[in-house]
Design a binder for this molecule. Structure first.
Ligand code: HH2
Length: 271
C-alpha cells in the first residue's frame, strides 16, 4: 500500500444567499469571518471562500456583487485565521481582487474555461489552482447527463485542462485536479468516480474531492436535509483518502478531521 499523506481539509465559506446547503447563513460578512475562523480552529488548512453558488439551476452573479461579497471576508480572514485562503470563482476580476486581499489559491469550477483572463492571472501570480471537471454550465448541468465511461471522460478532460494551463504558463506543480462530484453527473456517475478515484490520483496531481452534503448522498441514504448528510460524507471521504485523494472540501470540518484522522492511522497501521 502506498504511503498515506496527511489529508488536507478545505473548509467551505459560502458568502451567498442561495448555496444549496447553507445559503444565507454566512452572507453577513462578520458571520462569514467568524465561521471561517471557526473552521480553521477545527482543523481546516484551507478556507474556500465563494460569493456565487454553483448549485444546479443557480443564477449567475455579476462580478461586482461577487467581489463585494468575498473581498472583505478574505481580507479579514487573511489577518486572523491560521489557514491558506482560496477563492472559489470563475471570474478573473474576482480572483484578482481576492488574491490582492490575501488569497493564494484559485478554485475555478470551470477549470479556466469561463474567463479568458483566468489562466494568465493564475500564471502571473504564481498561485496554486484547482482544475475541476464540469459537464455543461450550472444552470443546465443536471439535465440528463450522459457519458460512455464517466471516469475515462473526466480523466481525459482533466489532462486536456492541465495541458492548457501549462501552455498558458501555469506551473505543473501548482495544479490540483477535481472530478467535480455533482457537476453534470447522476448518482451512478458520482459513485463510479469515487469507486475508481485511484485512476485519477494515479495521474500524479493532488486530487481535491468536494462531495460534502451533496445530492447523491441524499439519493443513497434517503436523507433529504443536506445538513444531515454529514456521516454519509465522512464515509465517502474516508474511502477517497484510501484511494489517494489529497484535499477534502467540506462544510463539516470537525467531523471530517476526526474521521480522516482515524482513517489515516488505520491505513498507516500506527497512531
Ligand atoms: N463544489 C461546489 C462548489 N465549489 N469546488 C471544487 N473544487 N469542488 C467541488 O466539488 C465544488 C466546488 C458546490 O458546493 P457548495 O459550495 O457547498 O455549494 P454552492 O455552489 O451552492 O455554493
Amino acid at each position: 500500500m502506498p504511503p498515506v499523506a496527511d489529508p488536507v481539509v478545505m473548509g467551505i465559506v459560502n458568502v451567498t444567499p442561495d448555496s444549496f446547503s447553507d445559503g444565507g447563513q454566512w452572507l453577513d460578512p462578520a458571520a462569514a469571518v467568524a465561521h471561517g475562523r471557526q473552521l480553521a480552529a477545527e482543523g481546516a488548512a484551507i478556507l474556500d471562500v465563494g460569493g456565487e453558488s454553483t448549485r444546479p439551476g443557480a443564477a449567475p452573479v455579476p462580478a461586482a456583487v461577487e467581489r463585494e461579497r468575498v473581498v472583505g471576508v478574505i481580507a479579514a480572514l487573511a489577518g486572523t485565521a491560521a489557514a491558506q485562503l482560496s477563492i472559489d470563482t470563475m471570474k478573473a476580476d474576482v480572483a484578482a481582487a481576492a488574491l490582492d486581499a490575501g488569497a493564494s489559491y484559485v478554485n475555478d469550477v470551470t477549470a479556466l474555461r469561463h474567463d479568458p483572463d483566468m489562466a494568465g492571472l493564475v500564471a502571473a501570480r504564481g498561485v496554486r489552482c484547482c482544475l475541476m471537471h464540469m459537464r455543461g454550465a450550472p444552470r443546465t448541468m443536471q439535465d440528463a447527463p450522459r457519458y460512455d465511461d464517466v471516469v475515462d471522460e473526466v480523466r481525459a478532460f482533466l489532462l486536456e485542462r492541465v495541458a492548457f494551463a501549462v501552455a498558458e504558463g501555469v506551473s505543473e506543480d501548482r495544479i490540483d485536479l477535481d472530478p467535480g462530484i455533482g457537476f453534470g453527473k447522476d448518482v451512478q456517475h458520482n459513485v463510479a468516480l469515487l469507486h475508481r478515484l485511484d485512476e485519477l490520483t494515479a495521474l500524479g496531481f493532488p486530487v481535491v474531492v468536494g462531495l460534502s452534503r451533496k445530492g447523491f448522498l441524499g439519493r443513497l441514504t434517503g436523507e433529504a436535509d443536506p445538513a444531515r448528510r454529514v456521516a454519509a460524507g465522512v464515509a465517502a471521504n474516508v474511502l477517497c483518502l484510501e484511494r489517494g485523494a489529497a484535499v477534502f472540501r467540506v462544510h463539516d470540518v470537525r467531523e471530517t478531521v476526526a474521521g480522516l484522522r482515524v482513517a489515516t492511522a488505520t491505513l498507516r497501521g500506527h497512531a
